[in-house]
Design a protein around this ligand. Structure first.
Ligand code: MN
Length: 304
């Protein structure tokens, strides 16, 4: 069943993540025009470990891979990408705090835009484990490939979910470390602490999603910075549960205007232009239409 695994892993009374509307998935699958571009996004996710969730719209849902080190613009640097469960299309613009349970941590919308398959039959390419595609995001552009490395049933050894995400050599390839160079959200322009400060920095006082290791240390610092941000900033009026909830009014208006206008790239991207690494006119602002109207989820209201 569509989104079955996604739903099975989550308790929607306690997570702000979208529940996954099956009718929406069906409608989206029907109206998709791969030749004109499908939605894609990358969500930076600080959970028990930091990783980047790479998602491509296909058949009304988001095919998903967890990329521990994030995408690399260098064709020589192949990044492990673990194939995970399909996500609902509404997940594509999600940004926020998952207080507990599966995936507990902070989710940032790190990149979004459109993708086009470079072969006609995407289902066949996925089955074969070799999907070539072109991205048109704020940060990621040009030709890429996802190649399965684990045996289909684990028979060749290794995990059957293991793929590699590799940049093809083109104008958008280079040795710039894009995750370091452009670390912030394309939705709110914020970093993890801003997203956390907009929510509730107290949620993890008793039990944090990552206690030890690198992720734990990172999270401890983020919680501290979020608390400081919250203490220092006058609280902007909570704008219901809108996409830019909790940011200062100015910042959120700017971020919204940028997203809505379909125009300019984020600040970090503008700097990247100077380095010859990014396109000046970022025209891809495709957002899942459903996500635009999804202002709230019952679970988030219940928590608030
Ligand atoms: Mn994740």
């Amino acid at each position: 069943m569509v989104l079955e695994k996604y739903k099975a892993k989550r308790n929607f009374t306690s997570t702000p993540e979208p529940a996954g509307d099956l009718k929406l998935a069906a409608d989206r699958a029907k109206s998709a025009k791969p030749g004109k571009g499908l939605f894609f996004c990358v969500q930076k996710h600080l959970a028990s470990h930091l990783h980047y969730d790479f998602r491509l719209e296909h058949d009304g849902v988001l095919l998903s891979w967890a990329v521990p080190k994030g995408p690399s613009l260098d064709p020589k640097t192949k990044r492990l990408a673990m194939h995970v469960e399909d996500h609902p299309i509404e997940y594509g613009t999600f940004e926020g705090v998952i207080p507990s349970g599966y995936g507990a941590g902070i989710v940032m919308l790190w990149d979004q835009g459109t993708w086009k398959p470079e072969q006609d039959d995407v289902a066949a390419a996925l089955k074969k484990g070799d999907l070539k595609f072109t991205l048109d995001g704020y940060k990621l552009k040009g030709s890429w490939v996802l190649v399965r490395t684990g045996g289909r049933y684990g028979s060749r050894g290794g995990d059957a979910r293991s793929w590699l995400l590799i940049k093809h050599r083109d104008d958008w390839a280079g040795d710039l470390d894009i995750t370091e160079f452009a670390p912030r959200s394309v939705k709110s322009d914020g970093d993890f602490e801003d997203i956390l400060a907009a929510d509730n920095p107290d949620v993890w006082v008793s039990h944090r999603p990552a206690e030890g290791g690198e992720a734990g240390a990172m999270l401890a610092k983020i919680i501290e910075r979020a608390a400081a941000l919250k203490a220092a900033a006058p609280q902007a009026p909570r704008q219901g549960q809108g996409p830019s909830r909790g940011l200062s009014a100015g910042a959120s208006a700017k971020a919204e205007a940028r997203n809505a206008a379909g125009g300019g790239a984020p600040a970090a991207q503008k700097k990247a232009d100077g380095a010859g690494q990014a396109q000046t006119k970022a025209k891809s602002t495709a957002r899942p239409t459903a996500a635009r109207s999804r202002k709230s989820t019952p679970s988030r209201k219940a928590r608030a």
